[in-house]
Design a protein around this ligand. Structure first.
Ligand SMILES: *[C@@H]1O[C@H](CO)[C@@H](O)[C@H](O)[C@H]1NC(C)=O
Length: 178
Protein backbone atom coordinates (compact mmCIF):
# COMPACT_ATOMS: atom_id res chain seq x y z
CA UNK A 1 0.00 0.00 0.00
CA UNK A 2 2.77 2.41 1.07
CA UNK A 3 4.79 1.43 -1.98
CA UNK A 4 1.90 2.19 -4.34
CA UNK A 5 1.47 5.55 -2.64
CA UNK A 6 5.09 6.56 -3.15
CA UNK A 7 5.08 5.31 -6.71
CA UNK A 8 2.02 7.40 -7.48
CA UNK A 9 3.75 10.54 -6.20
CA UNK A 10 6.90 9.78 -8.14
CA UNK A 11 4.92 9.34 -11.33
CA UNK A 12 3.14 12.64 -10.75
CA UNK A 13 6.41 14.46 -10.08
CA UNK A 14 7.75 13.04 -13.32
CA UNK A 15 4.66 14.18 -15.25
CA UNK A 16 4.83 17.68 -13.77
CA UNK A 17 8.57 18.23 -14.17
CA UNK A 18 9.52 16.39 -17.33
CA UNK A 19 8.33 19.26 -19.52
CA UNK A 20 7.98 16.91 -22.45
CA UNK A 21 4.84 17.20 -24.48
CA UNK A 22 3.47 13.71 -24.37
CA UNK A 23 1.20 12.86 -27.18
CA UNK A 24 -0.74 9.84 -28.32
CA UNK A 25 -1.56 10.83 -31.85
CA UNK A 26 -0.32 8.83 -34.82
CA UNK A 27 -0.32 9.01 -38.59
CA UNK A 28 -2.24 6.14 -40.19
CA UNK A 29 -1.67 4.94 -43.74
CA UNK A 30 -4.56 6.04 -45.93
CA UNK A 31 -5.90 3.47 -48.39
CA UNK A 32 -9.04 5.27 -49.47
CA UNK A 33 -10.96 4.66 -46.27
CA UNK A 34 -11.32 6.93 -43.26
CA UNK A 35 -11.13 5.13 -39.90
CA UNK A 36 -13.16 6.24 -36.84
CA UNK A 37 -10.01 7.50 -35.09
CA UNK A 38 -9.17 10.01 -37.87
CA UNK A 39 -9.18 13.58 -36.59
CA UNK A 40 -11.57 15.85 -38.44
CA UNK A 41 -12.91 19.36 -38.02
CA UNK A 42 -15.95 20.34 -40.07
CA UNK A 43 -15.44 17.22 -42.18
CA UNK A 44 -11.84 18.19 -43.02
CA UNK A 45 -9.14 15.61 -42.33
CA UNK A 46 -5.47 16.37 -41.73
CA UNK A 47 -3.07 14.46 -43.90
CA UNK A 48 0.55 14.37 -45.02
CA UNK A 49 2.50 12.81 -47.89
CA UNK A 50 6.16 12.58 -48.89
CA UNK A 51 7.33 15.18 -51.41
CA UNK A 52 10.48 17.27 -51.11
CA UNK A 53 10.42 16.11 -47.48
CA UNK A 54 7.05 15.43 -45.89
CA UNK A 55 4.22 17.89 -46.49
CA UNK A 56 0.92 18.37 -44.64
CA UNK A 57 -2.10 19.33 -46.70
CA UNK A 58 -5.82 19.04 -47.36
CA UNK A 59 -7.18 15.53 -47.94
CA UNK A 60 -9.83 14.97 -50.59
CA UNK A 61 -11.51 11.70 -49.56
CA UNK A 62 -13.40 11.37 -52.85
CA UNK A 63 -10.37 11.74 -55.07
CA UNK A 64 -7.96 10.14 -52.55
CA UNK A 65 -5.40 12.91 -52.89
CA UNK A 66 -3.76 15.67 -50.90
CA UNK A 67 -3.51 19.25 -52.08
CA UNK A 68 -0.63 21.34 -50.74
CA UNK A 69 2.11 23.69 -51.92
CA UNK A 70 5.74 23.29 -52.87
CA UNK A 71 8.18 25.58 -54.73
CA UNK A 72 5.53 28.30 -55.00
CA UNK A 73 2.95 26.10 -56.73
CA UNK A 74 -0.09 24.10 -55.74
CA UNK A 75 0.66 20.37 -55.88
CA UNK A 76 -1.51 17.22 -55.78
CA UNK A 77 -0.07 14.14 -54.01
CA UNK A 78 -1.48 10.62 -54.28
CA UNK A 79 1.26 8.34 -52.92
CA UNK A 80 2.15 7.58 -49.31
CA UNK A 81 -0.73 9.51 -47.77
CA UNK A 82 -1.15 9.31 -44.00
CA UNK A 83 -4.00 10.71 -41.91
CA UNK A 84 -3.70 12.19 -38.43
CA UNK A 85 -5.43 9.93 -35.88
CA UNK A 86 -6.00 9.92 -32.14
CA UNK A 87 -8.38 8.26 -29.69
CA UNK A 88 -9.49 11.66 -28.41
CA UNK A 89 -10.34 14.60 -30.65
CA UNK A 90 -10.64 16.82 -27.56
CA UNK A 91 -6.85 16.80 -27.32
CA UNK A 92 -6.72 19.11 -30.35
CA UNK A 93 -7.70 22.69 -30.96
CA UNK A 94 -7.07 25.41 -33.52
CA UNK A 95 -5.43 28.57 -32.24
CA UNK A 96 -5.65 31.88 -34.13
CA UNK A 97 -2.12 33.15 -34.46
CA UNK A 98 0.34 35.31 -36.40
CA UNK A 99 3.75 34.25 -37.63
CA UNK A 100 5.60 36.57 -35.23
CA UNK A 101 3.90 34.89 -32.23
CA UNK A 102 5.35 31.48 -33.08
CA UNK A 103 8.07 31.49 -30.44
CA UNK A 104 9.82 28.27 -29.51
CA UNK A 105 7.83 27.69 -26.28
CA UNK A 106 4.56 28.26 -28.11
CA UNK A 107 5.44 25.69 -30.75
CA UNK A 108 6.25 22.98 -28.21
CA UNK A 109 2.66 21.74 -28.19
CA UNK A 110 1.88 22.47 -31.82
CA UNK A 111 1.36 19.33 -33.91
CA UNK A 112 4.29 18.65 -36.24
CA UNK A 113 2.95 17.83 -39.67
CA UNK A 114 6.08 17.30 -41.72
CA UNK A 115 9.49 18.57 -42.71
CA UNK A 116 10.86 20.61 -45.60
CA UNK A 117 14.20 22.30 -46.28
CA UNK A 118 15.62 21.35 -42.84
CA UNK A 119 12.63 22.89 -41.10
CA UNK A 120 9.80 21.25 -39.18
CA UNK A 121 6.39 22.05 -40.61
CA UNK A 122 3.43 22.72 -38.38
CA UNK A 123 -0.20 22.39 -39.44
CA UNK A 124 -2.11 25.51 -40.39
CA UNK A 125 -5.70 26.21 -41.41
CA UNK A 126 -7.23 29.10 -43.30
CA UNK A 127 -10.63 29.82 -44.76
CA UNK A 128 -9.80 30.78 -48.31
CA UNK A 129 -11.62 30.77 -51.66
CA UNK A 130 -14.75 29.64 -49.80
CA UNK A 131 -13.27 26.52 -48.19
CA UNK A 132 -11.10 25.47 -45.27
CA UNK A 133 -7.57 24.62 -46.41
CA UNK A 134 -4.98 22.73 -44.39
CA UNK A 135 -1.47 23.85 -45.23
CA UNK A 136 2.14 24.18 -44.15
CA UNK A 137 3.36 26.48 -41.39
CA UNK A 138 7.07 27.27 -41.28
CA UNK A 139 8.52 28.49 -37.96
CA UNK A 140 10.11 31.99 -37.85
CA UNK A 141 13.57 30.36 -37.87
CA UNK A 142 12.94 29.31 -41.48
CA UNK A 143 13.52 31.70 -44.39
CA UNK A 144 9.98 30.77 -45.52
CA UNK A 145 8.17 31.72 -42.31
CA UNK A 146 4.38 31.74 -42.10
CA UNK A 147 1.51 29.84 -43.69
CA UNK A 148 2.04 28.56 -47.21
CA UNK A 149 -1.04 27.57 -49.14
CA UNK A 150 -2.25 27.86 -52.70
CA UNK A 151 -4.77 29.49 -54.99
CA UNK A 152 -7.10 27.00 -56.66
CA UNK A 153 -7.78 29.78 -59.11
CA UNK A 154 -4.33 29.77 -60.76
CA UNK A 155 -2.34 27.10 -58.85
CA UNK A 156 0.10 29.64 -57.42
CA UNK A 157 1.25 30.03 -53.84
CA UNK A 158 -0.90 31.84 -51.30
CA UNK A 159 1.08 33.10 -48.32
CA UNK A 160 -0.28 34.66 -45.14
CA UNK A 161 0.97 35.58 -41.68
CA UNK A 162 -2.47 35.24 -40.07
CA UNK A 163 -3.92 31.75 -39.75
CA UNK A 164 -4.88 29.03 -37.28
CA UNK A 165 -2.41 26.46 -36.04
CA UNK A 166 -3.19 22.96 -34.74
CA UNK A 167 -2.29 22.58 -31.08
CA UNK A 168 -2.29 19.53 -28.87
CA UNK A 169 -3.32 19.74 -25.22
CA UNK A 170 -0.11 18.53 -23.82
CA UNK A 171 0.47 16.89 -20.49
CA UNK A 172 -1.73 14.23 -18.93
CA UNK A 173 -3.17 15.44 -15.64
CA UNK A 174 -1.56 13.89 -12.57
CA UNK A 175 -3.65 11.21 -10.91
CA UNK A 176 -4.94 11.43 -7.34
CA UNK A 177 -2.70 9.75 -4.81
CA UNK A 178 -4.49 8.40 -1.76
C1 LIG B 1 -3.33 34.17 -58.69
O1 LIG B 1 -4.63 34.58 -58.33
C2 LIG B 1 -4.70 35.44 -57.21
C3 LIG B 1 -6.18 35.71 -56.90
O2 LIG B 1 -6.83 36.22 -57.98
C4 LIG B 1 -3.88 36.70 -57.43
O3 LIG B 1 -3.92 37.52 -56.30
C5 LIG B 1 -2.44 36.30 -57.76
O4 LIG B 1 -1.66 37.45 -58.03
C6 LIG B 1 -2.42 35.36 -58.94
N1 LIG B 1 -1.04 34.93 -59.18
C7 LIG B 1 -0.52 34.89 -60.39
C8 LIG B 1 0.90 34.50 -60.49
O5 LIG B 1 -1.18 35.15 -61.38
Amino acid sequence: MMKAHILCYLVNIFILTSGVTNHNYYWRDYWGRITPDAISFDGIYIAQAPEHGLLPGSLDTERNEITTEVFGRKIILRRGIKVLCDQNIESFHWDKISTNQLVKEYLEDAVVGGIESDSLLYIGRIFHEGVFKIGKVFPPSSPFSGFRGWYNFNDTQYKTDDFEILKYKSLPSPSKCQ
